[in-house]
Write a protein that binds this ligand. Sequence first.
Ligand code: LMR
Length: 328
Amino acid sequence: LFSFKQYFQQEALPYDDDQEGLNEQIVFTFSHVVAKNTPKGLAADKFAELVYEKSDGNIKIVVFPNGSLYSDIEEISALQEGHVDIIAPSTSKLWMISPAWGVLDLPYIFPSYEAIEEGLDGPIGQSLLDSLKGSNMRGLAHWSNGFKQFTTNKGPIIYPEDAARQTFRIMQSDVLAAQFDYLDVHSVKESFNSTYDLLDSGKVDGEENTISNIYSKKFYNLQTHLTISNHGYLGYAVIMNDKVWNEQSAETKRILTEAMEETTRWNRKHAIEMNEEQYELIIDTNIQIHELTDVEKQAWMEKLDPIYDDLAPQIGEKLISDIKELKQ
Ligand code: LMR
């Protein structure tokens, strides 16, 4: 198999005799599927920059954006098998590793950005990261994108029944599929990077995503209607191959941990700003936008509420009630 590590090591900095401890450049590959100009894309680049600085150029993270290395459908097994060192899949895609992650996909699970931080930075977030351990995955952090919206060519979507009988592209999550079943929407679990073509060819009518993904992938050019529904959360788990992590020196682990903490703080703030800024840019395009009123939102919550009970046995009653507690 072609080794990206060896390839990038050829560009390593000259060997520094005076440097103690780290004496050969360490290279990690980091694959993700979104554009550079997104909360995850910028955070990945910032992490690489910080690691490089903190290690005086001895540790290099080579970032592959836009699914150029692996699609979101391939990246988890590529990481587990050691073909790539770091990935940051949306948490929806971790359902198949541990169903507890499905809690983050429940409709309207987080009422605000504050609740997201409280949940993910506390014991709930840690227990989710820990649930990856048995799968050769080391959860390093939770990065945020924001809340998802609906886009479609068969709009406007204002009440839940407006989406009925449409076809939507969704992420690889049974929790999301269950929600679309309740809406009587035919959902197809296809990769993020195929979404543009699926919309363009008319194979799907719509999709759900954050403003930043809708903007950076130009979905707004292919869709007539956007509903600001904030109906679900989209965040990422930053994950390293556990074997690779365990092989690192204490110094390398310290640098990676410090850089990750700094990047995560930066990402949380930046993600909010970015979705707001890019929303202003979408307003100037031809897509028609409807923002749900409180009454309309209530109708969506009521329609989707039974999912909580349906999926509690798989996700875990306690986890769901712990997250609900955060809202008080
Ligand atoms: C999607 O598949 O729609 C998103 O998860 C893409 C991403 O990583 O933000």
